[in-house]
Design a protein around this ligand. Structure first.
Ligand SMILES: Nc1ncnc2c1ncn2[C@@H]1O[C@H](COP(=O)(O)OP(=O)(O)OP(=O)(O)O)[C@@H](O)[C@H]1O
Ligand SMILES: [Mg+2]
Length: 237
């Protein structure tokens, strides 16, 4: 199978420091890959590399088997629709001045092509997908709980109809009881929409619940990388 997203021997430097060294990993269509590793090992940096928000010093990024390491315009637009991201902190991810309706509408309006009624129907459908009723449409982020905010972030991520979600510790800013609900929601959404997940977490138990495979990032910046030791290794979850 051709991976949906692939990194080949990617190295990222900040100044003279290598934050990520020779990391290779592949995310297959519909698969769920956990990415674990100690703080500072470069997990979030890799996610930014995959989104082409972070340049690499060397190595390749591929999408559907085609190199996008330095791709521009059309290819990148496809990437930005097909690959969506959910961050750790829903409190800072949402614009405090936007109603839930507008936050979810934004990515749809950027894509364009929807009439007012279609747009509204799509927003309703997305909110329903993440377990939020109509009563949330005209609320501001400060009128939501942490879990509800993260649900809005997930609805926003689903809006462009992506094939993959990149999730950077999506539950670690939430209360423990809420974490389980969000994990359960993500499991169901993955099945319903046949999504691929790249799931970053410190919590191996959560990774095992959600992912079939796990990549371990062994070295980060200042970690004193040992020569001959690859940055990432694969193991069964
Ligand atoms: N913009 C930047 N400029 C300089 N150094 C950076 C930058 N972003 C990240 N780093 C460094 O790169 C290394 C990897 O950071 P990264 O955020 O990817 O780690 P992480 O694995 O996501 O950690 P955590 O689990 O704490 O989120 C760290 O040493 C960090 O200080
Ligand atoms: Mg991080």
């Amino acid at each position: 199978m051709i991976p949906l997203l692939e990194l080949r021997e990617v190295t990222v430097r900040f100044g003279t420091q290598a934050a990520v060294r020779d990391v290779s990993l592949a995310l297959q269509p519909g698969a769920a890959l956990g990415l674990v590793g100690e703080s500072g090992s470069g997990k979030s940096t890799l996610l930014r590399v995959l989104l082409r928000l972070q340049d690499v010093a060397s190595g390749q990024i591929l999408m559907d088997g085609a190199e996008i390491t330095t791709a521009r315009s059309a290819r990148l637009r496809a990437l930005r629709c097909d690959v969506q991201v959910v961050f750790q902190n829903p409190h800072s991810a949402l614009n405090p001045r936007l109603y839930v309706h507008d936050a979810v509408a934004e990515p749809l309006q950027i894509q364009g092509g929807l009439s007012r009624t279609r747009l509204r129907a799509r927003i309703d459908g997305l909110l329903e997908d993440v377990g939020l009723g109509e009563e949330f449409l005209w609320r501001y982020p400060h009128e939501l709980s942490g879990g509800q905010k993260q649900r809005v972030c997930i609805a926003r991520a689903l809006a462009p109809g992506p094939r993959a979600l990149l999730l950077d510790e999506p539950t670690s800013a939430l209360d423990v009881s809420v974490q389980a609900q969000i994990i359960d929601l993500l499991r169901r959404l993955r099945a319903r929409h046949q999504l691929a997940f790249l799931f970053i977490s410190h919590n191996l138990a959560v990774v095992q619940l959600l992912c079939e495979e796990v990549a371990v990032l062994r070295q980060g910046a200042g970690g004193g990388a040992r020569p001959g030791c690859p940055g990432a290794a694969r193991a069964g979850a």
